[in-house]
Design a protein around this ligand. Structure first.
Ligand SMILES: Cc1cc2nc3c(=O)[nH]c(=O)nc-3n(C[C@H](O)[C@H](O)[C@H](O)COP(=O)(O)OP(=O)(O)OC[C@H]3O[C@@H](n4cnc5c(N)ncnc54)[C@H](O)[C@@H]3O)c2cc1C
Length: 468
């Protein structure tokens, strides 16, 4: 094999995973991250193991999300909060729950098929339990049960739902599906711990790459008034990917979207475990989807797909023929690079609480838990509903990461591995299926909580409710 020196620009999920994967295959890797810590970009809280939050996408995208989520879970088991998701259709919704069933059946069969192919793919429970339906009578029956401290099966997860949901505002049956939670602070922590301990990794945090030039077969990467030469370049700069494209002069087409999720605290439910609950709705209307995501100790992350909660007027922008970098308006850049206005945090979090309170009336007593989890993400191409994308190779020796959902990173890094193989830097047989089997849970836990604190969030956001 030829020796390769690899530069990775950007230490979000895409860059950190590339670094772990390629370093584990023995390559010499330098990871540049302009922020003080890794994985500090836009948030993620949901493993889209079937894409059931997105009614508008194709079955093909859903199947791909299922497969990619299984690979992601196997690679990063310690990032996953093993609790299910409950999907409810509001009474005013145009669809009925029955209309969602053919896709769920298709996904269940696909899950079965993946397990037949490789039994280690069985990470979402038994295929027959991939989803389950709950009638109003089922919920009435569960309502009188005591809420278990650690739910062990679907019925036990539904007790807290039964006791808190307003039955008049949702259609039955409710659907419980094995789409689990993800914890970004734990991914940041685990990736940092592993990369800090690898001899073939140079971790340059607090280091912005400011220019890149081609010199014969190499890339000259400029940072801190220095230049260093590399054989292969990975652009994992997230929503700033276009800036690197501009440095190289390669073709491009992409959008960037700013979105935010709000952190609330429900004091009286500090000891109660909930599944995630989705209230479907039409994106961009006042009835946009509501997403109620539990963390330990009464914290809930909230999305409301309306323009005054998660989405923003002018929050989605495209690149122009003059630059690969879509330009977000100043108020979004202010939030990303400096801070939020306190009144806006209060106002939008309250609207998010009210959005969910329409279905869980007692939740109206919740308060603001912290500043929001927020950020901008790229969407390659010109279809804003695209949910599955991985990586492209616009010129020799250059990989451009383009994930939309974090579960796509494993396919992304495998494709980069194939490109490196073609260039003679890796062996065709090389693959890594799990990153972190040697990491100690308590170390991940404690660094995750420190990262929460450093970034201004409650330490509870670095923890998970259910471990495997
Ligand atoms: C509100 C919201 C909720 C979301 N929820 C989910 C979810 O539940 N599930 C899911 O799968 N996905 C979710 N996503 C999408 C997910 O957050 C993104 O797909 C993912 O974080 C993108 O990771 P990335 O590594 O490509 O980019 P980023 O995380 O943005 O990483 C890019 C990194 O590059 C660094 N960088 C940029 N330029 C330079 C430079 N010149 N030099 C050095 N460093 C540089 C940046 O500082 C940054 O750390 C959500 C997105 C948003 C906005």
């Amino acid at each position: 094999m030829k020796k390769a020196k690899i530069a990775i620009v950007g230490g979000g999920v895409a860059g950190a995973t590339s670094a772990v994967y390629l370093a584990k295959l023995g390559l010499e890797v330098t990871l540049f991250e302009k922020e003080p810590s890794l994985v500090s970009g836009p948030p993620f809280c949901h493993l889209h193991a079937g894409g059931n939050l997105y009614r508008e996408i194709s079955n093909e995208q859903c199947i791909k999300l299922l497969k990619q989520s299984i690979d992601f879970l196997k690679f990063y088991p310690f990032v996953v909060d093993y609790r299910p998701t409950v999907i409810a259709l509001p009474t005013i919704d145009k669809q009925t729950p029955e209309q969602l069933l053919p896709r769920l059946e298709l996904l269940r069969k696909e899950y079965e098929r993946l397990i037949e192919k490789d039994s280690s793919n069985q990470v979402l429970g038994e295929p027959r339990d991939y989803f389950r339906l709950y009638s109003k009578e089922d919920l009435e029956r569960l309502k009188s049960k005591e809420i278990p401290t650690k739910p062990k099966n679907a019925d036990e997860w539904m007790v807290s739902v039964a006791q808190n949901l307003d039955f008049d505002n949702v259609q039955f049956p409710l659907i419980l599906v094995q789409e689990y939670g993800l914890n970004l602070f734990r991914l940041a922590s685990g990736a940092t711990l592993i990369l800090e301990n690898m001899k073939n990794v140079t971790l340059r945090r607090d280091t912005e790459v400011t220019n890149i030039q081609r010199e014969e077969e190499s890339w000259l990467v400029g940072y801190n008034n220095k230049q260093e030469s590399f054989d292969y370049l990975i652009n994992s700069a997230g929503f700033r990917t276009g800036k690197i494209d501009d440095m190289l002069g390669v073709p491009c087409k992409r959008m960037v979207e700013f979105k935010a999720a709000y952190v609330s605290h429900w004091k009286s439910k500090e000891q109660t475990l909930f599944p995630e609950i989705i209230f479907h709705g039409e994106r961009g209307t006042p009835q946009g989807m509501g997403q109620f995501t539990p963390y330990p100790n009464g914290y809930f992350q909230l999305h409301g797909m309306t323009n005054d909660i998660t989405l923003y007027d002018d929050g989605l922008v495209a690149n122009t023929p003059f630059s690969c970098q879509p330009k977000l308006k100043e108020n979004f850049m202010q939030k990303i690079e400096k801070s939020w206005n306190k009144d806006e945090v209060e106002e939008r979090t309250k609207l998010a609480i009210e959005h969910i309170g329409k279905f869980i009336p007692n939740f109206l007593e919740a308060t603001v838990g912290s500043k929001p989890l927020f950020g901008a993400q790229q969407i390659p191409g010109d279809d804003p509903t695209l949910r599955v994308a991985e990586v492209s190779f616009p010129t020799k020796g250059y990989a451009r990461c383009e994930i939309v959902k974090v579960s796509s990173v494993i396919d992304m890094v495998r494709a980069i591995g194939n490109d490196l193989t073609k260039l003679g830097y890796l062996d065709i047989e090389d693959e890594v299926s799990s990153a972190f089997n040697l990491l100690e849970e308590n170390k991940i836990d404690s660094l995750a909580q420190i990262l929460c604190e450093q970034r201004g969030y409650p330490r509870s956001l670095g923890c998970r409710n259910i471990v495997a």
